[in-house]
Design a protein around this ligand. Structure first.
Ligand SMILES: Nc1ncnc2c1ncn2[C@@H]1O[C@H](COP(=O)(O)OP(=O)(O)OP(=O)(O)O)[C@@H](O)[C@H]1O
Ligand SMILES: [Mg+2]
Length: 342
């Protein structure tokens, strides 16, 4: 006998126990890992969804604030957001809505103001007309021909004033509400100036005012709305003739200035105090100095609107008791320039 060989045979019980132990260990490990993976991916998913929907939530929040009436609310840094095209569009849309609402509100308040002013302004001449008509009816044949003519004259003047007022109010309200789009076309300003000069000659003569027309030679065509320009010049002429006493001079001058034609209406009348020179262009503004005035204070407001529609501005130069000069320019036709439409 030189030695022994031991062969250890695992018993069935041992094998079963070992398998059980090993199996449960693997299972535990697997379950743990699975749980950790699930936890991690869920967290990752939550963070990603939170991050990805951040801008969307801001958009929803902004929409809700806007709907609740906070019209000034805007998405911050809209251009840097992941949904930049949507967020910037939202901000732009909000701006447009607010702008339109403000416009509508100002038109509405203007409309109310105009209705209030119209009813007030129309009442006075209407009361005068009614009063004289009633007197004519009551006194009838007892009136002399001269008295009758006098009353009828007053009624005629009153109705003319009324018609003028209605036209002016209508025109001004349309200009103010931007309902008038100038129909620009090339025309000869020299011809228009000549027409206005001839139309005003008789009135000037009746008032004993010398009317002058002074034009540069070969004036170019201007590019503007002829009827609006005529209206503006006529309003300035009405004022010049109204606020210039007998023996005065009113001059229409049309001069070429660089790329424009300059139109001046100069008078030798009562003039306008410096502090009133900007105010007179506002509607219903009339100065107390000078002569008694039956106008409504709309003429210059209309002129300003018309001139502004032509991308120009109206200026006045005046020394009290030494006359006034109103100046505006119109663009020459054919010169290459951009016209800004506001
Ligand atoms: N050429 C002028 N000389 C002196 N004052 C002027 C002259 N033009 C205008 N004004 C002053 O500016 C005011 C406003 O002028 P505007 O033409 O708007 O109104 P109005 O002439 O009084 O009335 P309307 O033109 O509506 O008939 C006038 O009432 C007047 O006080
Ligand atoms: Mg006037």
């Amino acid at each position: 006998m030189e030695g022994y060989i031991y062969i250890l045979l695992a018993g069935k019980e041992f094998l079963n126990t070992r398998e059980l132990l090993f199996g449960s260990y693997i299972m535990k490990m697997g379950l743990g890992n699975l749980f950790l993976t699930l936890l991690f991916t869920s967290l990752l998913a939550i963070i990603s969804v939170w991050y990805l929907t951040k801008n969307l939530r801001e958009l929803v929040h902004a929409t809700r604030r806007f709907q609740q009436g906070d019209l000034e609310y805007r998405i911050k840094d809209a251009e840097r957001s992941d949904l930049a095209s949507v967020t910037t569009t939202f901000n732009e849309m909000a701006d447009t809505i607010l702008e339109d609402m403000n416009k509508l509100q100002s038109i509405e308040s203007l409309r109310r103001e105009l209705i209030a002013n119209i009813s007030h302004d129309l009442r006075t001449p209407l009361a005068v007309i009614q009063g004289y008509i009633e007197t004519l009816q009551m006194k009838g044949n007892k009136l002399t021909k001269e008295q009758r003519d006098n009353y009828l004259n007053t009624i005629e003047n009153g109705s003319k004033r009324l018609a003028k007022l209605i036209t002016q109010l209508f025109e001004y309200s349309k200009l103010e509400a931007n309902q008038i789009e100038p129909k620009r076309e090339p025309f000869l300003i020299s011809e228009l100036a000549n027409d206005i000069y001839s139309n005003n000659l008789i009135l000037a003569k009746n008032k004993n005012i010398h009317l002058d027309l002074n034009m540069d030679e070969n004036l170019p065509l201007v590019f503007a709305d002829i009827s609006l320009v005529e209206r503006a010049i006529q309003n300035l002429m009405d004022n010049a003739l109204k606020f210039t006493p007998s023996k005065g001079i009113v001059t229409i001058s049309v001069l070429k200035k660089d790329e424009n034609v300059e139109i001046n209406i100069k008078d030798s009348g009562y003039g306008i105090k410096t502090e009133n020179q900007t105010l007179i262009f506002e509607r219903y503004r009339q100065t107390k100095s000078g002569k008694k005035n039956e106008g409504a204070g709309l003429g210059l407001a209309i002129v300003r609107k018309i001139v502004e529609l032509h991308n120009s501005s109206i200026r006045v130069h005046s020394i009290p008791n030494d006359g006034a000069t109103f100046t505006f320019t119109l663009p020459i036709h054919g010169l290459n320039r951009t016209i800004q439409i506001t």
